[in-house]
Ligand binder design. Sequence first.
Ligand code: AP5
Ligand code: MG
Length: 238
Amino acid sequence: MANETAQIAGPVILLGPPGAGKGTQAKKLVERYRIPQISTGDLLRDHVARGTSLGVEAKVVMARGQLVPDALMYGIVADRLREPDCERGFILDGFPRTAAQAGWLDAFLEKEFFEKSGMCPPVVIQLVVDYTQLLLRLTGRRSCPTCGRLYNIHFQPPRVDELCDVDSTPLVIRDDDGAEIISGRLKAYEDQTKPVVEYFDAQHRLVAVNADQTVDEVTAQIFGVIDRHCQHLRPPAK
Ligand code: AP5
Ligand code: MG
């Protein structure tokens, strides 16, 4: 099946505001390219749930809808990228999120991946979504605490109200999906993450995708972008 092929992918960076569909699309890429999704939001929420010192610090910042300081992010991202499942590639969902993080990532990949394994440079995909649509996606989001499946009461409702289709677990609302926090997160994106878009665009490394379409339509566009990016890496046809 086309969505189950284990192709060469290399690193993929998904950029986009809160609610753009980074997590939704990352899961589709995991299925097709068999490379892991690295969501810095999920990594941080895991630290918060475990009550680590990083989690205690991050919790306060995330509850305000602000970004966790860069210096705290580098260690968790570096540790995760050094795990063996990242050797063929990985999907960065939510990182980099500041211009400083983008510069740090380029230097890290250069040193740890390109020099050692000759991995191809990241494909940087920007998910572009209208503001009103973002609000509906965020306020309507529900997720399954057991399997992680995402739903949306407006666009992808579960078959039975508020229960996961896969395991019937009651769905939950993310702590930072309240109206006041959402506005802080969207502002943080405008102020701190838009410069990341500009950073990659100035280097002609950015591919914008219209993500204001159905999930499957967006996925098809992203597959096309990645496949074109990686074409030169495939072994020649016999
Ligand atoms: P993070 O968890 O990364 O949240 P975010 O960037 O705000 O993005 P979301 O997860 O809300 O949205 P998404 O784009 O993944 O959309 P989704 O697929 O869920 O970060 C959380 C916090 O952690 C940050 O605020 C910050 O404090 C901290 N943090 C994380 N990374 C950091 C970093 N690098 N530096 C510093 N701090 C960091 O979709 C949303 C909804 O829309 C779902 O209901 C889904 O079903 C629906 N949907 C998706 N696609 C479609 C579609 N095409 N049509 C209709 N509905 C759709
Ligand atoms: Mg997400």
